[in-house]
Design a protein around this ligand. Structure first.
Ligand code: ZN
Ligand code: ZN
Length: 440
């Protein structure tokens, strides 16, 4: 394996509190050193990282790769390629495939496909219930042996409280978390976006914040009586954050994540990205933007600000993309009929950098939430540039401006409300396990 020397970059590794200009050496797939000046070993590939940030590869705890069964939306090959372009070296794949990943043979299949086709690491998440139907627990013990990192029926909540209780009890014996999509379906009803003035103006049915918060509260209570490990997927409201905060204060094993879009995009995005903040413009053809339809829905500005604060305070543990690729026909329809989800992997960094450029978040903190924080959740030696760790490295230009062109995505999902938007912050190269998988 060719050694790689990444020279002269600003190395930001929150796992070791490193933030300095230095060289980074990779040999035999692992990090072997960081120093002010390292002479390249014979035959080494040298990557000039002057004026670029060099950090651990990003880890995504929540993404949808759609294989098996929904390959028209995404495959392990296209999804991991999109990940590499977005600076991600580890993806955790949600089980809402077809068939649902609810037994070890499908987990083994995904593991095998990831080895054959994937350009970055894929860690599967098993379903909580058979077929994610919410009635009967899946073969959790078997799937744990096949290496799942947790269980989730994401796409759906675990609606039945007693099933959730059993799941938390059972998974706690396996030492694995239950990752719940917190949503009370009866409260969401036929809602398609956040309940608020934008929904009223557009004449679309709203989803109240309580739809998420009521289930988060229920789940915390169940985590308490079972001693189970609860992870709240894609938290989106200040109320959910409060519930998680109080649970943590009581010492419960409760964590939560936030998506790039819930940190940056208000519900006004449904009026068209270019119309954000222009409250009194007439409605245009950009309004009713189905690519801004997502579950949980984009919330109001106060909630967006609350999510940023909660991430900074540590109440929200890390950022996860909830990359949800869909085909054209899933989104080229009325808002009511459109599928939920945003294709996120390739715009995550650029979108999140808006927080850094506006002074809302220090860069090292943002990197921490994409690297060592999710690694801690996984309990693996990832998300770090420590000597001996797998050489997963992301190199990016924090100031490079680029125009999002969804047609150019490696992901099959072109569904993003950011198509045509200009972002500042672009991945230059991604190294996975000592191999350059993008750029360089
Ligand atoms: Zn979900
Ligand atoms: Zn999801």
């Amino acid at each position: 394996m060719t050694p790689i020397l990444i020279s002269g970059g600003r190395i930001v590794d929150p796992s070791q509190n490193i933030d300095k200009i230095a060289d980074l050496l990779i040999e035999n797939g692992v990090i072997t050193g960081i120093d002010a000046r390292i002479n390249p070993p014979a035959g080494a590939k040298v990557i000039d990282a002057q004026r670029l940030i060099v950090c651990p590869g990003f880890i995504d705890l929540h993404c949808h790769l759609r294989e098996p069964g929904l390959e028209y939306k995404e495959t392990i090959a296209s999804g991991t390629l999109a990940a590499a372009r977005g600076g991600f070296t580890t993806l955790c794949a949600m089980p809402n495939t077809n068939p649902v990943m609810d037994n070890s043979s499908i987990v083994d299949f995904v593991n095998r496909r990831a080895k054959e086709e994937g350009v970055v690491r894929v860690l599967p998440i098993g379903a909580v219930t058979k077929g994610s139907k919410g009635a009967e627990l899946a073969e959790m013990g078997e799937m744990a042996k096949s290496g799942v990192i947790g269980f989730s029926d994401d796409g759906h909540p675990v609606g039945d409280a007693n099933v959730m209780r059993q799941a938390l009890s059972y998974a706690s014996g396996l030492g694995l978390p239950i990752i719940n999509h917190c949503e009370v379906k009866e409260l969401s009803g036929a809602g398609v976006m956040n309940e608020g003035w934008v929904a009223t103006r557009l004449g679309l049915r709203g989803i109240p914040r309580s739809s998420e918060e009521a289930m988060a509260a229920r789940d915390v209570s169940l985590a308490e009586i079972t001693g189970g490990r609860l992870h709240v997927a894609h938290a989106s409201t200040s109320g959910t954050v409060e519930i998680v905060k109080r649970a943590k204060e009581r010492g419960l094993s409760v964590t939560c994540e936030v998506t790039p879009h819930h940190l940056t995009l208000p519900d006004e995005t449904v009026l068209g990205y270019a119309n954000i903040g222009k409250r009194f413009d007439p409605l245009t053809t950009a309004s009713y933007d189905t690519s801004a339809r997502v579950s949980p829905p984009l919330r109001g500005r106060e909630d967006v600000a609350a999510m940023v604060k909660a991430l900074k305070d540590g109440v929200v543990d890390f950022i996860a993309t909830d990359h949800a690729p869909h085909s054209r026909t899933d989104k080229q329809c009325t808002f009511d009929e459109a599928a939920n989800g945003i294709s996120n992997l390739e715009t995550t960094l650029g979108l999140l950098m808006t927080l850094v450029h506006s002074g809302g978040m220090p860069l090292p903190l943002l990197i921490e939430k994409l690297t060592v924080a999710p690694a801690k959740f996984l309990g693996r030696n990832l998300g770090t540039l420590k000597a001996g760790a797998p050489a997963d490295v992301t190199i990016f230009d924090p100031d490079a401006e680029w125009k999002v062109d969804a047609k150019q995505f490696a992901s099959k999902g072109k569904n993003t409300p950011l198509d045509g938007a200009t972002l500042k912050g672009k991945v230059a190269a991604t190294v996975y396990s000592g191999q350059v998988v993008f750029g360089g």
